[in-house]
Design a protein around this ligand. Structure first.
Ligand code: SAM
Length: 196
C-alpha cells in the first residue's frame, strides 16, 4: 500500500501551523479527530516536539495514517486509534483537540456526537480547533464556498458547510464556549471553543 495523499490537507498547512504553534505552546496531549491521511499529524507534530499528537479516525483510514506515522518516525506521535465520533470515545483526557475538514462531511447528528464526545475528553480550559470552510450568520464568505456547499449537498443532502452560529450553540450545550475565529487563505477558517 502506498501512503495516501490528500491535496486539501496540503493546502494551508503552513498557515494552520503558524496559528497552532502559538495556541498549543503550553499543551502536552492533543487529540486529532478524522486524521484522514495522517499528513497534518506528521507535519504539525514535527514542528511541535513538546506535544504528543494522538491521531484517530474511522477504521478504514487507520492503515494509511499508520504509514505516514511510521515513515516519519517521530517520537511525539502516539499510536493511531479508531474513533468514530458516534461510538465509544477514549477514556484519556486531552489538553487540546483538533480536526480539519470534517464538519462539512459529517451529518449534523454526527457533529452533535462530536461535541458531546469532546465534552468528555477535554480537560477544563482545553480548546477544540476546527479547520475548514464555514458560513457566518447564514452567509457564505465566497462564491467558491457557496458552490462547494451546493456540490456537497448534491452528493449527500445531510452534508454541507456549517454555520458558526449553529456550531457555537451546539458547543455551548456541551459546555464549550466560542473562543476565537481566524480567517485563513482560500476562504477557510479555524474556529475554536474552550471547555469550561
Ligand atoms: C475530508 S476528510 C479530512 C481528513 C483530514 N482531516 C484532512 O484535512 O485531510 C474527512 C475525515 O472525516 C472522517 N470522518 C467522517 N465521519 C467520521 C466519524 N463519524 N467519526 C470520525 N471521523 C469521521 C473521515 O474518515 C475522513 O478522514
Amino acid at each position: 500500500m502506498k501512503k495516501p495523499f490528500a491535496a486539501a490537507a496540503d493546502e494551508n498547512k503552513e498557515a494552520i501551523a503558524a496559528l497552532l504553534l502559538t495556541e498549543l505552546k503550553d499543551n502536552r496531549d492533543l487529540l486529532e479527530i478524522g486524521s484522514g491521511t495522517g499528513q497534518h499529524a506528521v507535519y504539525f507534530s514535527k514542528l511541535m516536539p513538546h506535544l504528543t499528537w494522538h491521531c484517530s479516525d474511522q477504521s478504514h483510514q487507520i492503515a494509511g495514517i499508520q504509514l505516514w506515522l511510521e515513515s516519519a518516525g517521530l517520537k511525539n506521535t502516539a499510536a493511531v486509534f479508531v474513533l468514530d465520533v458516534s461510538q465509544d470515545w477514549p477514556q484519556q483526557s486531552y489538553d487540546a483537540a483538533y480536526a480539519a475538514n470534517i464538519a462539512h462531511i459529517m451529518h449534523w447528528s454526527q457533529i452533535e456526537d462530536l461535541f458531546l464526545g469532546l465534552s468528555t475528553v477535554l480537560k477544563q480550559g482545553a480548546c477544540f480547533y476546527l479547520y475548514g470552510p464555514f458560513s457566518f450568520d447564514g452567509q457564505f464568505s465566497s462564491q467558491s464556498n457557496h458552490d462547494f456547499d451546493h456540490f456537497l449537498r448534491q452528493q449527500d443532502p445531510d452534508s454541507g458547510l456549517r454555520d458558526k452560529n449553529n456550531l457555537d450553540e451546539l458547543a455551548l450545550k456541551n459546555g464549550l464556549i466560542a473562543a476565537t475565529s481566524w480567517a485563513l487563505p482560500a476562504n477557510n477558517h479555524i474556529l475554536s471553543w474552550k471547555k469550561t
